[in-house]
Design a protein around this ligand. Structure first.
Ligand code: SF4
Length: 488
């Protein structure tokens, strides 16, 4: 017989289930996710008389009535009230939904805002778990974890028409939140905010949130960080004293380094906030998009979570995300949010938008107004360009700044498309002598095992986990077999 605050819930609830993955074969249904156009989660602060504490409403079919194996539009609306609550705290409390829902045995929640992707397992539904139960869990966790919240009510939408109807409203709220956070510059503050909420999934990941660098998940702004750290200064979102600036172009501060070092338990020693190279900001797993280096043109591509096809380099978002995530600093791969793409600090040490050479149409539409006018039409999408050869041709035809970098780009170390071609031409004689050139497409090697003969006839095995190998050139030669005893 179960006891405690979840005694009446038919499955277990606890931090231990955080990070639980539900595979396709085990899932009863997928709620939201990349295959449905409309999904979102939204938390609103309301006046007390508009919230009925403990109320859970389900608009549309309950879990058991959703056909097994199906993927359905889904929305969660959480309405809260409390005398000390302010609208600017909404983003912070909304983010807690990721954690609270993941604490339910057999329920998986990924991402945030209008990219949520949930799965519920067959076993959990067979035990009698419903969305009503999920709402009860959410309400009790808000009460126990966030005492500033006095009343909570939850509405789930599984009726596709209702989710579609409410979707534009949710987008409007996200946009208004993001716009509210704009205007303040990083140079105008003496504290940033840190967040370690995602360490349960990526133990070395630490977000550093500045006015001009929104969190990777796109859900927490500097103002949200300030509100959260005031409510709970010892919580997962905390103040970071900036300290002395080390590199204003790359975005490196002594205080931010110290904080990241301490919070990652030494795994990350330095972080440079405005670059995808060297010591980039770590990436957890819930970033909204990935910036990736394209060596053939010396530019950066961007691909967002909802983009279905392969990016211009032939690699899908999920493959690049796997290689970027986990709380690591991966040179040339960088998880980021849409709002950071709207920032004047956006990858400024790498050339910013002048370095971006490809982005999916949908993502471009969302940030178009923030791309400098002189480059916006020079950045192709999947509609104009499908592979690297087409990309090179497009960039040249439209005289993209990466083709022949200006002095300001050269000062940042950008060699540009023509620079890459000149290097290749210089290497051509070697190729003519028998080498086969390979485009510098990154080879994703989740695990690469190399046998190395050691002393005394022993063999060592070097295992490179999640290795990424860039090959400027691949040379395939016919190997002459040597006689017995001469080796191979
Ligand atoms: S991505 Fe960063 S800011 Fe967002 S919840 Fe995770 S750690 Fe916090």
């Amino acid at each position: 017989m179960k006891s405690g605050m979840f005694a009446d819930i038919p499955v277990d609830v606890g931090v231990v289930y955080e990070g639980e993955r539900i595979r396709k074969g085990d899932m009863h249904a997928e709620l939201g996710g990349p295959d449905v156009p409309h999904k979102f989660e939204l938390l609103r602060v309301r006046p007390s008389d508009q919230v009925e504490d403990g109320k859970v409403v389900v608009v549309g079919p309950e879990l058991k009535d959703i056909p097994e194996g199906s993927k359905t539009p889904f929305a969660m609306l959480v309405e809260v009230s409390g005398k000390d609550l302010e609208e600017e705290m909404e983003g912070v409390f909304e983010r807690r939904l990721h954690y609270f829902t993941n604490w339910v045995e057999g329920f998986m929640h990924l991402n945030q805002r209008n990219t949520i992707w949930c799965r519920v397992s067959k076993k959990t539904v067979q035990k009698g778990f419903t969305l009503k139960h999920l709402g009860m869990v959410i309400i009790r966790l808000y009460h126990s974890e966030c005492p500033i919240i006095e009343k909570v009510q939850v509405t789930f939408y599984t009726d596709p028409a209702e989710v579609e109807r409410l979707y534009p409203e949710a987008i409007k709220v996200y946009d208004a939140r993001d716009a509210r956070a704009r205007g303040l510059k990083d140079e105008e503050v003496d504290v940033f905010y840190g967040c370690t909420l995602c360490q349960s999934f990526a133990p070395t990941h630490v977000c550093v949130i500045t006015p001009q660098r929104y969190a990777n998940c796109g859900a927490i702004s500097w103002f949200d960080g300030r509100a959260a750290s005031r409510i709970d200064p010892k919580g997962s979102i905390y103040e970071v004293k900036i300290g002395k600036v080390i590199d204003p172009l790359k975005g490196e501060w002594e205080g931010a380094n110290e904080s990241v070092k301490a919070k990652s338990l030494g795994a990350v020693q330095r972080v440079q906030l405005y670059t995808a190279f060297g010591y980039p900001h770590t990436s957890c797993g819930c970033f909204e998009a990935v910036a990736f280096y394209i060596p053939e043109v010396d530019g950066l591509g961007i691909v967002h979570r909802d983009f279905k096809g392969p990016a211009v380099n032939g690699v899908s978002f999920s493959t690049m995300a796997d290689s970027t995530a986990g709380g690591r600093q991966v040179d040339g791969f960088h998880g980021l949010s849409f709002e950071y793409m709207r920032s004047p600090k956006f990858l400024q040490a790498d050339g910013g938008w002048k370095r971006v050479v490809w982005i999916p149409k949908e993502a471009k539409e969302r940030v178009k107004d923030f791309i400098p006018k002189e480059v916006v039409d020079k950045i192709p999408t999947e509609e104009e360009v499908k592979n690297i050869e087409e990309l090179k041709a497009f960039l040249k035809e439209h005289n993209h700044p990466i083709v022949e970098p200006s002095e300001d780009l050269k000062k940042l170390g950008v060699k540009g498309l023509k620079g890459v071609e000149a290097e290749k031409a210089a290497e051509a004689p070697a190729e003519a002598a028998g080498g086969v050139p390979a485009e510098g497409v990154p080879v994703m090697a989740p695990t690469l095992t190399v046998g190395v003969p050691g002393a005394g006839g022993m063999e060592f095995e070097i295992i490179l986990k999640n290795a990424r190998i860039f090959a400027e050139k691949m040379i395939i030669r016919k190997a002459e077999r040597k006689g017995k005893g001469e080796g191979k």
